[in-house]
Design a protein around this ligand. Structure first.
Ligand code: MLC
Ligand code: AMP
Length: 506
């Protein structure tokens, strides 16, 4: 019996002494060694009583072991649920509880803090550290270096990835084996990845970009990755000459361009730079080409759909566009009110259909029905057009969402927390241009009548409740929020008013 995702990504590398992960300390982990580790982890997951279809949530630092937990889940038929390492305990508790995770792996340093979180959710808690430490790892050492792969079908769920929602409540996107595998196959072909590739990997592995786009593609191609714990400019510059490819969010590219050491010679060996998760400014695209001679290949995707479009490998990589629908993916631009398809060149909402599109939100049938049509088209919430040559352009969003350094922030979640604080009458959270993160989060606050807002106390509340990346970089108190005649807050007015807040030259 087969397990399509395991067989394609991992199974064919069993016993292969080929390099898979090159680490900062110079150590190389082979496919064989990685998969032995994963097999022991699968043994421990099973020994802890997890059955196929159960959820395993992780909030652990980026390391080979963290990736091996993903492989172990696929091999054991368990649904993998990775969480941003920046989330606070209160954010994590929602995910662990909502997903009904049976096992939750955290960093050894946060075990005490996470014990009540796991208990409240009825999940087992174990730890896994970036240095090969932790209770889970110690117990796994007693298991075999081989594991009988659990049979699965393409329709079985492989992962839950939570994405925030406009109401402030996160939704668990259910991704099947087929969703992940079909997209990895398409991207590997489209971007010509082979076993001679060495990918510079500095993205986090708890999101689609670093986990599925980067890692699944490299596993399928049989290549290796320079596996950095995070984006660090010195490490990027040091390792760039070895690599053949890099994937990053736009902030990676602007940070590289800000460094005078980054030049043509350094990128001489690279054959492909890919950008996504947030809009790449056409200006960045041009500067990058002028500096290095490379044209960045921009693609477009999301948690619910994996990758939808890509600029071509051979043809023109057009700045300011996200290229063409990928093979097997249908994309149309529709009228948000009627759902009718718009002609070429006209702006509307982007809808996509294909084997990449998820199965719905976990235990949220109404939310699923709002966004996933019966005919299989998923309403992305992005606004765009298809130009005369067939290139897709994203021009905005039909959802109140901020993307900062490639991370999504739903203003509602931040506003709910701010509105709850003493002295705050109401708030509006907006994104304005930021030189490093693309968009920077700003909290605009109105105090209670005759009241006073203690910004220091707001900061404490934000720190306790929300991951750092969601917290406003600036908090501004104003007299009243601008509203239209219907009483709706005019965020566009606020965005204009504070447009130059982060502009150092303004
Ligand atoms: C860190 N901070 C951020 C931030 N990242 N704030 C806003 N937005 C972010 N993205 C906070 C830090 O906690 C710190 O707070 C301060 O900002 C400065 O931190 P830094 O050291 O400069 O940040 P760094 O750790 O270098 O991280 C920046 C980054 C990282 C861009 C390298 O955010 C990153 O790796 N982003 C990639 C996100 C990603 O993978 N997205 C893919 C989603 S999948 P303080 O106060 O402590 O100083 C998806 C689908 C698709 O979207 O299409 O791919
Ligand atoms: P996420 O929910 O984290 O998967 O984020 C998905 C969102 O990121 C999409 O709906 C888009 O708004 C945005 N996005 C991804 N890639 C691009 C891109 N190349 N250009 C513009 N926006 C993008």
């Amino acid at each position: 019996m087969a397990n399509p995702l395991f067989d394609a990504l991992f199974g064919r590398h069993l016993g292969r002494e080929t390099p898979f992960l090159r680490l900062p300390d110079g150590q190389t982990i082979t496919h064989a060694a990685f998969l032995e580790r994963a097999a022991r982890f699968a043994g421990e997951i099973t020994a802890l009583g997890l059955q196929p279809g159960d959820r395993l949530a992780v909030q652990i630092g980026k390391s080979p072991d963290a990736l091996a937990v993903y492989a172990a889940c696929v091999q054991a038929g368990v649904i993998f649920l990775p969480l941003n390492t920046g989330y606070t305990a209160s954010e994590v508790s929602y995910f662990v509880e909502n997903s009904g995770a049976r096992l939750f792996l955290c960093d050894p340093a946060s075990e005490a803090e996470m014990t009540p979180v796991a208990e409240a959710a009825g999940a087992e808690l174990r730890s896994l550290g970036v240095a090969g430490d932790g209770t889970f790892v110690a117990a796994a050492a007693h298991h075999d270096a081989t594991f009988p792969t659990v049979p699965r079908s393409g329709d079985d769920l492989a992962a839950f990835l939570y994405t925030s929602g406009t109401t402030g409540r996160s939704k668990g996107a259910m991704l099947t084996q087929e969703n992940l595998l079909s997209n990895a196959q398409t991207l590997t072909d489209y971007w010509r990845f082979t076993d001679t590739d060495l990918l510079l990997h500095a993205l986090p592995i708890f999101h689609t970009h670093g986990l599925f786009v980067a890692t699944n593609v490299m596993l399928l191609a049989g290549g290796a990755m320079i596996f950095l714990p995070k984006f660090d400019i010195d490490a990027m510059i040091a390792r760039m000459p070895e690599a053949t490819a890099m994937m990053g969010v736009p902030t990676f590219y602007t940070r590289l361009l800000d460094d005078p050491r980054f030049d043509r010679a350094l990128t001489h060996h690279i054959r492909l730079f890919v950008s996504g998760s947030a809009p790449l400014l056409a200006e960045t695209h041009r500067q990058f080409e002028a500096r290095t001679g490379h044209r960045i290949l921009e693609r477009y995707g999301m948690t619910e759909t994996n990758m939808n479009t890509s600029n071509p490998y051979d043809g023109e990589r057009r700045a300011g566009t996200v290229g063409f629908p990928l093979p097997g993916v249908e994309l149309k631009v529709t009228d948000p009110k009627t759902g009718a398809e718009k002609p070429k060149g006209e702006i509307g909402q982007i809808e996509v259909r294909g084997p990449n599109v998820f199965k719905g939100y976990w235990q949220m049938p109404e939310k699923t029905a709002e966004e996933l049509r019966e005919d299989g088209f998923f309403i992305t919430g992005d606004l765009g057009l298809i130009d005369a040559d067939g290139y897709v352009q994203i021009v905005g969003r039909n959802k109140d969402l901020i993307i900062s350094g490639g991370y999504n922030i739903y203003p509602k979640e931040v506003e709910l927390l701010l509105d709850d604080q003493p002295g705050v009458l109401e708030s509006a959270v907006i994104g304005v241009p930021h030189p490093d993160f693309g968009e920077g989060v700003v909290g605009v606050i109105v105090a209670e009548p005759k009241g006073d807002v203690a910004l220091g106390d707001l900061r404490i509340a934000l720190d306790q409740g929300l991951a750092k990346f969601k917290q406003p970089k600036e908090l501004i108190v104003i007299d009243a929020l601008p509203r239209n005649t219907m009483g709706k807050v005019q965020k566009n007015v606020l965005r204009e008013r504070f447009a130059s807040l982060f502009d150092k030259n303004a």
